[in-house]
Design a protein around this ligand. Sequence first.
Ligand SMILES: C[S@@+](CC[C@H](N)C(=O)[O-])C[C@H]1O[C@@H](n2cnc3c(N)ncnc32)[C@H](O)[C@@H]1O
Length: 223
Amino acid sequence: MTAKPARAVTSNQPEVHDDLLQTVRRYQQHAFLKPIADHSKVAFDQAQAQLERWQGPLVLDSCCGVGESTAVLAGRYPEALVIGVDKSAHRLGRNMQHKQLANGREYLLLRADLNDFWRLAAAAQWQPQAHYLLYPNPYPKQKHLVRRWHGSPVFPSFIALGGKVTVRSNWELYIREFALALSAYEKTAQVAALAPQEQPITPFERKYQAAGQSLWELTASLS
Ligand SMILES: C[S@@+](CC[C@H](N)C(=O)[O-])C[C@H]1O[C@@H](n2cnc3c(N)ncnc32)[C@H](O)[C@@H]1O
């Protein structure tokens, strides 16, 4: 049976959200006080212990899904400890088939809620060299702005982590909003279409490419 082609994002929001900058600025000024989940703290402590032993550069792959990109990045950054984080144990459990992409390099996959993990990492003053956020859930309904990472109360922690950030999406508006949210922190982003012949590094990227969708990439230096 052949898989159905991935559907393009549809939204009732035709342009950058009217409330975006106001929302980003509100969270810039207010600490995010939601209690940290126990399982996120356990995962963070494990990562922190490994990082202390490592004493070298760090690369984060947030929303890593099955961790295919984490394995690819481990091969691309042989000098770094590469950590993939996702909240889905089911997805993380399907990583084994991608291990060979790391060219023998070790990497760490953790199950945690990034609403917690980024806060813990920022509080511990982690400074990843690079931070990847590949195909985060777009939450395209207009009313769901605060579910998008750039519209969420955890965004200040994402910014505090710094590093060279790469965000990819099949929803151009998500990337344009992300760039605008960065501008509230006086950070400049570059936005470009991903070349259709780009070798996919995640299952979602592969699925969207196969469906002929345009893909977008934002890069920015937050250091
Ligand atoms: C559309 S998938 C993309 C996965 C992968 N990057 C890819 O391209 O194949 C989005 C991923 O974000 C993860 N995710 C969503 N919200 C999260 C959160 N609060 N904390 C951690 N992971 C989250 C989901 O579990 C899912 O694996």
